[in-house]
Design a protein around this ligand. Structure first.
Ligand SMILES: [Zn+2]
Ligand SMILES: [Zn+2]
Length: 398
């Protein structure tokens, strides 16, 4: 690398990406054709390992079962920046007729984690080349099982945050509702704490014609589902976004039997710790109150899942500035938070972190994530590599 290039990271990064973009697209198509569910990313982890080996980047496999961690040492000492991509696919039958469509029935990269894995491999290639300019270390985190299976927790349990200790986290996700070439950020809470509950409503079975001899758990469950709607409207502060959704009610067998019990399953999404506590307490109280009002015993199993993803200005501001420096002022804009969840939040809970939104929308399409016909614009890979590499260069400027 010449001095001229070192002084002009914009074109140095752009040129470096231009040289590898075709290769990255080929890698992405290979991963796309061979999707793997969470903790089963054996082939994908193998592709990652062989690419890192080819780049001369030391790595460890088996972190969090199928996770891979690579290390790039900078030319000078400094902080340790983790950049994280997720690798898992979804149990969805792909309906696209692309030549590189999923070869496995019922499995598809419908959340674009094939894009993420490939983008981080591109970042690895660029930053390895620019390592002499980095003050610090980049930890490349290829995470398994993001889709609700606890991949980040598994990596943390296997020592991800230490050796060397991570100081800052940088995550990213593709967004088909944003045109390719655009980027986004959310200041503060960006994605929701995601909790789950199961409530078994216990009554007493009997003949449908003699309800007075039974205790009907179905009527009680119906009332409880309606009462749960008051958690958000009457108990959580109106300025704190929250969602309580009942996604399943299971009970009964046929027309003329009052069953013994009924199961209610739901999710609670919040952006603020106070709202999270209020919602949990209210749901437990309403469930307990069914005994007095409806004579049913409600056994509740309430489980806290991933916390809210809190974007930290100390990582967000330099990253947003880096994207502007690479692509111009209009390339990145602010977005409202979403009540979706993401286990990168577990890293953000431990060290200052930021998750970048990478536009992946293809002109003329109106794609959504988790959709069987999802076709991200593959230009988002090279653009994502540029954005994240520039952010890393900025965060590890020393
Ligand atoms: Zn997803
Ligand atoms: Zn995803």
């Amino acid at each position: 690398m010449s001095d001229i290039r070192a002084n002009d990271p914009t074109s140095a990064i752009r040129d470096a990406v231009a040289r590898i973009e075709n290769h990255l697209i080929a890698v992405r198509r290979d991963i796309h054709a061979h999707p793997e569910l969470g903790f089963e990313e054996v082939r994908t982890a193998g592709v990652v390992a062989s690419e890192l080996a080819r780049l001369g980047i030391p790595y460890q496999t088996g972190i969090g079962k199928t996770g891979v961690v690579g290390l790039i040492e900078g030319g000078r000492p400094g902080k340790v920046l983790a950049i994280r991509a997720d690798m898992d696919a979804l149990p969805i039958q792909e309906t696209s007729d692309l030549p590189f469509a999923s070869t496995l029935p019922g499995l598809m990269h419908a959340c674009g984690h094939d894009i993420h894995t490939t983008t981080l491999l591109g970042v690895a290639a660029v930053l390895k080349q620019m390592a002499p300019q980095l003050a610090g270390t980049v930890k490349l985190v290829f995470q398994p099982a993001e889709e609700g299976l606890g991949g980040m927790q598994a990596m943390i349990d296997d020592g991800l945050m230490t050796g060397p200790d991570i100081d800052m986290g940088l995550g990213f996700h593709n967004h088909p509702e944003m045109p390719v070439g655009t980027f986004g950020y959310t200041r503060g809470p960006g994605l929701a704490a995601s909790d789950r509950f199961d409530i078994v409503v216990r009554g007493k079975s009997g003949h449908a014609a003699y309800p007075h001899t039974a205790i009907d758990p179905l009527v009680a469950a119906a009332m409880l589902v309606v009462q749960l709607q008051t958690v958000v409207t009457r108990e959580v502060r109106p300025i704190h976004p929250a969602v309580v959704t009942v996604g399943a009610i299971q009970g009964g067998t046929t027309h003329n039997i009052i069953p013994d019990s009924c199961l209610i399953k739901g999710t609670v999404r919040t952006l603020h710790a106070q709202a999270r506590d209020v919602a949990e307490a209210a749901i437990k109280r309403l469930a307990a109150g069914m005994l007095e009002g409806m004579r049913v015993q409600c056994d509740i199993n309430y489980r806290r899942g991933t916390p809210c993803l809190l974007n930290d200005d100390r990582v967000l501001d330099p990253s947003v500035a880096a994207v502007r420096a690479q692509f111009g002022d209009g390339s990145i804009s602010a977005f409202d938070p979403s009540l979706g969840g993401e286990d990168f939040a577990l890293m953000a809970e431990r060290v200052p972190s930021f998750q970048l939104k990478v536009g992946s929308g293809r002109p003329g399409r109106a794609d959504k994530l988790h959709n069987s016909a999802y076709q991200p614009d593959e230009a988002c890979i090279g653009l994502g590599v540029q954005a994240l590499s520039r952010a890393a260069l900025t965060l590890l400027a020393g």
